[in-house]
Design a protein around this ligand. Structure first.
Ligand SMILES: Cc1cc2nc3c(=O)[nH]c(=O)nc-3n(C[C@H](O)[C@H](O)[C@H](O)COP(=O)(O)OP(=O)(O)OC[C@H]3O[C@@H](n4cnc5c(N)ncnc54)[C@H](O)[C@@H]3O)c2cc1C
Length: 398
């Protein structure tokens, strides 16, 4: 007989743990979380680590310590889902049946989509702060520069916290300015979209900082190949197709991303959707074809920019809707597309970008331009948010 849980959550990351805690608080007694890793990461701090403003130890805790009391942790990975039979097959081969299924295993990094990238980020001159293990290396490389060329790249397509590709760059520029070496360092930011971010008010603030630091911004451009041996990054203009070989002394690259391959192979993504994200109603977060399946966070096929700030809102929506659905009631909650990206534009200030899924500003304090560069936003992002994350969000209380 397969084990069975009333609510089975795949993924014990930001989404899975905060949802499990909230459901438990709402009185759902049988919640299980499938999570293969034995540690839990607070990813927003990766940018601070890579920019020399946080220690790696601040971003990691044991999975056991964040799993809510009363919630079952299945220390295994999901390998397949049979949504018709209401079962999940685990990597160990075991099968778990469910009443309601929530799918939130995050994203996978598609290193092989850019030839040479995987080798480059593990070479002496390359890194990627999107990997916890490499974030300290990014700072070692950046802080060790006194001259030369630093290249930062962001891929096209849905990725987690798109603006995070820029954060260590600004932190490093401010550090180099303090050290008196900024003028000797050529800084290139490779960006796939027409502007630096996509929200005009926020673009203005970021463009101002880009000019201040003398950064070369390459819009409509993508990293298409890296040769770690000769330290050359090839970037392509997505409009003209023209290619340019950039010799770098330090490369910090963000990999292309998509839903995990095993998830793509299930019936849950929309047919033909290349990213493989779970096909949910973007407001109720309920699956469009399987009413007892839900998704939130990075793996959900929603239209918002993927972030912890977005899924904080989604968690409440899924928890309220799932509880109502179990009672046969109408779904009471709707997600509104909100997302957030705190840009660390210096070692003590942040441009706090809040916006919706049409890239319109959505400040939490109405009519207050929270996107203006601010010292207070730095304190909120660097000091307050980590505490809120560990003590409230993961406990289903924020
Ligand atoms: C460098 C960086 C900076 C960021 N900065 C910010 C920021 O400033 N603000 C912000 O709001 N957001 C930020 N984010 C984004 C935010 O961290 C993510 O959006 C958020 O963690 C997504 O939560 P999730 O639960 O969907 O995925 P994750 O938190 O990634 O969790 C997914 C979990 O699923 C598990 N899993 C994987 N495969 C399986 C499987 N087969 N079976 C079961 N479980 C599995 C994983 O081990 C993981 O624990 C940043 C992210 C990065 C990488």
């Amino acid at each position: 007989m397969a084990a069975r849980h009333e609510v089975l959550i795949i993924g014990g990351g930001n989404a899975g743990i905060s949802l499990a805690a909230r459901l438990h608080r709402y009185g759902v007694t049988d919640v299980a979380v499938v999570e293969p890793k034995d540690h839990h990461l607070y990813q927003p701090l990766f940018s601070h680590i890579a920019g020399g403003r946080a220690q790696a130890t601040e971003a990691i805790r044991s999975q056991l310590s964040v799993t809510p009391t009363g919630v079952t942790w299945i220390h295994d990975g999901a390998a397949a889902i049979d949504a018709d039979a209401n079962t999940v097959t685990l990597a160990s081969g075991a099968e778990v049946a469910y009443g309601q299924l929530v799918v939130c295993p995050g994203l996978q990094y598609d290193w092989d989509a850019v030839p040479g990238l995987a080798e480059a980020v593990h070479s002496a001159h390359g890194s990627s702060h999107y990997e916890f293990e490499l974030a300290p290396k990014t700072w070692t490389l950046l802080s060790g520069m006194t001259s030369g060329t630093a290249v930062f790249t962001m891929p096209a397509g849905p990725i987690k916290c798109g603006g995070a590709s820029q954060k260590p760059m600004y932190l490093a520029c401010d550090y180099w300015r303090e050290q008196g070496v900024l003028d000797s360092i050529r800084v290139v930011m490779v960006q796939p979209y027409p502007t630096v971010f996509g929200v005009p008010e926020i673009d203005d603030e970021l463009d101002r900082k880009i000019a201040e630091y003398g950064i070369e911004l390459r819009t409509n451009s993508e990293l298409v190949a890296v040769d770690a041996g000769s330290q050359v990054a090839t970037i392509r203009d997505t409009g003209t197709g023209a290619e340019e070989a950039l010799r770098y002394d330090v490369l910090n690259a963000v990999p292309p991303q998509s839903a995990p391959d095993w998830l793509k192979a299930t019936d849950l993504p929309a047919p033909g959707e290349p990213g493989g994200f779970v096909e949910v109603d973007r407001q109720t977060l309920r699956h469009l074809r399987y009413p007892n399946v839900w998704s939130l966070g990075d793996a959900a096929g929603t239209t918002n920019s993927k972030s912890g700030g977005a899924l904080r809102k989604q968690t409440k929506v899924v928890a309220q809707n799932l509880v109502a659905a179990r009672k046969g009631k109408a779904l009471p909650a709707k997600y509104d597309g909100y997302s957030v990206c705190p840009f660390t534009v210096s070692r003590s200030t942040v441009v706090f970008a809040e916006f919706d899924d049409r890239y319109r500003p959505r400040p939490s304090i109405p009519r207050v331009p929270t996107w203006n560069e601010s010292r207070l936003s730095w304190v909120v992002d660097r000091d307050i948010f980590p505490q809120v994350y560990w003590n409230l969000i993961l406990k289903g209380r924020a």
